[in-house]
Design a protein around this ligand. Structure first.
Ligand SMILES: [Zn+2]
Length: 188
């Protein structure tokens, strides 16, 4: 083989009935990733349990030519309660792909023992010691927004932020970085 080895990237999703649906074969991981992300944004009404990305080296017989790059599991979002919360099972990073939500959990890039979580519509950011407690924090926020009535989400969000701020969840440092919180009323 004189040519450099050629590889392709194959994103796929698994439905609740066990059927795996391939989303195509792509020449770069970047394109494959954006195809998968676009697809996940439209999955609110679909029954999906997992998504994964496989790299294949072409012209190799059998599974030695393939390697699994990542696998994500689908969970109920702790904030919006739709089944659009995708958790990377290796890194444990997670994000909700539901429209208008975007709740996320991520390892802090500077401090290993800290897990960051957030909710973009409110610019909410919280730091937790574990993934479980990050899920709990997001869940608390979801419950509170729901209790306050989503019809008036801007007011609910503001009330929540004031209360949460007093609990010290949002540090001065973080608040300074974020600027004034923008509320999720989207001009209504
Ligand atoms: Zn969500």
């Amino acid at each position: 083989m004189a040519d450099a080895e050629r590889e392709v990237f194959v994103p796929s999703v698994e439905q609740g009935d066990g059927i795996v649906v391939g989303l195509g074969i792509f020449s770069t991981e970047k394109i494959a990733m954006s195809v998968l992300k676009d697809f996940l944004k439209r999955t609110e009404q679909m029954d999906l349990i997992s998504a994964e990305m496989t790299r294949w080296v072409i012209d190799i017989i059998g599974h030695e030519g393939s390697s699994l790059l990542f696998r994500m599991a689908n969970r109920r979002c702790p904030v919006c309660e739709r089944n659009t919360f995708w958790i990377d099972l290796v890194s444990f990073n997670a994000m909700c792909y539901g429209s208008g939500c975007g709740a996320w959990i991520e390892d802090n890039i500077h401090i290993e023992e800290i897990i960051d979580c957030g909710w973009p519509p409110l610019r909410f950011l919280h730091q937790s010691p574990t993934v479980e407690s990050a899920m709990t924090e997001l869940g608390k926020m979801g419950a509170r927004l729901k209790a306050a009535g989503q019809a008036d989400s801007a007011l609910a969000a503001k009330a929540f932020l004031e209360e949460y701020g007093e609990e010290g969840s949002l540090t001065d440092d973080v608040l300074r970085k974020m600027g004034d919180p923008k509320l999720a009323d989207e001009g209504r």
